[in-house]
Write a protein that binds this ligand. Structure first.
Ligand code: GLN
Length: 622
């Protein structure tokens, strides 16, 4: 099939305006072009009003999980939903009366027979909810709860699935009421076996009305996409039905959605689907897309001829068969390292840094990526088990994890509990208060001992470093004050030279939370921190470094005319500020000082570069 077929100007689609059409739109266009010429099949005529359908009508719509709508042809032409409603009303029945009551009334076995078969199972239940008998039984269950309000309830649910208010085609409804004797026979048979209870005519009318609801191919695509998206309508964002009910619904669509063509369908196309005699088909590929097609000419099974062809072509072209999936669980770990050469942005005192250098393997960091399911988490747990000895501090980073399945979260919780009992402290990062991933994991790790959660990886590494320093006895309270001689920038200067620089500086004090330096301002002084803590941050809030007494900041002023970052006082701060021009004047008179300071500055920058390179190296290794 040629994906580049140009569209005649007569074909209206929302997307024809793009010069650069996405390939999927082009593909749907080419399907439209190729299959619109197929006139085989016939419009349904057993409901007289359906005979009026225009056999030329042909619409295709595809809705993605992120709510993008592709459409072509008569995707906005309304037609009656007919049996496509069965899938959604089954979902509603499950939601309203629960699995057990539904199962007591209706089976889930394919019947191998036509949609209007009157045969029941050996225990006198409809074979499944996708054939008329089962669908009438579903309407009956809803009627048992809602009585005269049953249809309104159904219409409201269908509307939620479609993301707009749907309405009924009264003429089609009336036409089926007059001619629907076969369905009436089925309903009375079900009444005889107490599958349908109460007022049979009222139940039947509910069913006939539900079949006469008007939809477009676009509506069907949104409805299918809602099933594909675990029950959340991707266009409106509304959770229409629970994920559990979605799985039940897609199951019967898979085994029985295409009547007595269901086996062939799942073999050839492999996408859960449901068709109706109005000419509609919905197909929902979990976590990928929802498709809706409309073309009134039906084959001998009652399935839309062109609709089938679109589904077959789409599945074949993009390899969408639901059982033909592949995934490499190993891609879920993008980095696995200890803190050798890696540090948080808190600058450490020399003896602390020495402890961290010696015990870098005490902290293991595993950065995870992508949606995590059972198999991915199993892989992570084996990776943890296979490489003893356990680091006492295990940091699992979830910042790039958009989703975790319930099974994945459970497996993770069990593994962290085992590690907790072995004395490992697990630290989880990427924990936003309201994210679904955080909630799923929190629910499964409530009992885990020693567990810590952080939003930022850097904060978590800093906390882990503190633990390592503490465990190895190196934890000293942050020094109260510092003498200028301890400043790395002033190393190798004589006592007289240092005293001279101190004399040229002004003492400054800041309150906790005060901004000391603002990014973008002119850089005209250097600071020597003597008491308290400061953080260097980008205007975005990202922390570049935290500094304590004995460390300098603003020293880049020697090289750069403008401040490149903010500096904030984390506590009450005392420091000396040395104006740059005073310093430069002094250096002119004492060039040996300039030389030493520049050498010290180069050494400081070299260290930062080495750390930055180690991080680049680490990330490119995965
Ligand atoms: N209303 C139609 C009937 O019951 C629905 C059948 C169908 O779409 N397959 O006959």
């Amino acid at each position: 099939m040629d994906a580049q077929v140009a569209l005649p100007a007569s074909i209206k689609t929302r997307n024809t305006g793009y010069a650069n059409q996405p390939p999927l739109q082009r593909f749907l266009n080419s399907c439209y072009q190729e299959f619109r010429g197929d006139d085989s099949g016939a419009v349904a005529d057993y409901i007289p009003e359906l005979k009026k359908a225009n056999p030329a009508h042909f619409g295709i719509a595809l809705v993605t999980i992120d709510g993008h709508v592709y459409e072509i042809g008569n995707s906005a032409v309304p037609f009656t939903i007919q049996s496509v409603s069965k899938a959604f009303v089954f979902a509603l029945a499950l939601e309203m009366v629960g699995e057990e009551r539904v199962a007591a009334a209706i089976g889930v076995e394919p019947s191998g027979e036509a949609f209007n078969s009157i045969r029941l199972t050996n225990d006198n239940r409809p074979f499944n909810p996708m054939v008329n008998a089962g669908a009438i039984a579903c309407s009956g269950l809803i009627h048992q709860v809602d009585g005269a309000g049953a249809f309104d309830r159904i219409l409201a649910k269908l509307s939620q699935f479609a993301g707009r208010e749907l309405a009924v085609d009264d003429a089609v409804h009336a036409s089926e009421v007059i001619t629907g004797n076969r369905n009436r026979a089925i309903a009375w048979l079900l009444r005889n076996y107490s599958v349908v209870l109460g007022d049979v005519d009222a139940v039947l009318d509910t069913y006939f009305r539900q079949c006469a609801v008007l939809v477009t191919a676009r509506d069907l695509a949104v409805m299918a996409a809602t099933l594909a998206n675990r029950g959340i309508n991707p266009v409106t964002g509304v959770q229409v039905i629970t994920p559990h009910v979605v799985a039940s619904t897609l199951s019967v669509m898979t085994s029985s959605g295409m009547y007595d063509y269901a086996g062939e369908w799942i073999y050839r196309v492999g996408i859960p689907a449901k068709s109706g005699v109005g000419g509609g088909i919905v197909a929902a590929l979990p976590s990928q897309l929802g498709l809706g097609t409309f073309s009134p000419c039906l084959d001998s099974h009652g399935n839309s001829v062109r609709g089938l062809k679109v589904c077959e072509a789409l599945s074949a072209r993009f390899d969408l068969h639901m059982l033909n999936r592949s995934a490499d669980v190993r891609t879920c770990i993008i980095a696995d390292y200890d803190i050798f050469g890696i540090s948080s942005r808190r600058s450490r005192q020399p003896h602390e840094q020495q402890i961290l250098d010696e015990h870098h393997s005490d902290v293991r960091v595993i950065e995870l990526v992508g949606a995590l399911n059972f198999a991915a988490i199993d892989y992570v747990t084996r990776r943890l088990a296979n490489e003893p000895p356990n680091a006492p501090l295990l940091l699992l980073d979830f910042r790039r994890v958009p989703d975790i399945t319930a099974a994945g979260a459970r497996l993770l919780g069990e593994n962290l509990a085992i590690l907790g009992n072995l004395g490992v402290t697990a630290i989880l990062t990427g924990f936003e208060a309201t994210s679904p991933v955080s909630e799923a994991i929190r629910a499964r790790t409530a009992e885990v001992q020693r567990l810590r959660r952080f939003v930022l990886l850097d904060d978590a590494i800093e906390w882990a470093e503190d633990q390592v320093i503490y465990r190895h006895g190196g934890f000293t309270p942050v020094k109260e004050t510092s003498h200028l001689g301890e400043q790395a920038l002033l190393a190798e200067l004589s006592a007289d030279e240092i005293a001279a620089l101190a004399g040229l500086s002004a003492a400054r004090a800041y309150e906790s939370g005060q901004r000391i330096i603002r990014a973008g301002e002119s850089a005209n002084s250097l600071f020597f921190l003597q008491r308290g803590l400061v953080s260097v941050k980008l205007p975005s809030g990202v922390r570049l470094a935290s500094l304590g007494p004995g460390m300098e900041f603003g020293e880049m002023a020697i090289l750069e005319p403008l401040r490149s970052a903010d500096v904030w006082a984390d506590t009450a701060v005392e420091c000396l500020e040395l104006p740059l021009d005073t310093f430069t004047d002094y250096c002119r008179l004492h060039p040996q000082i300039a030389l030493k300071v520049m050498r010290n500055l180069s050494a400081l920058l070299a260290k930062r570069l080495i750390v930055a390179n180690a991080k680049v190296d680490l990330l490119s290794a995965y």
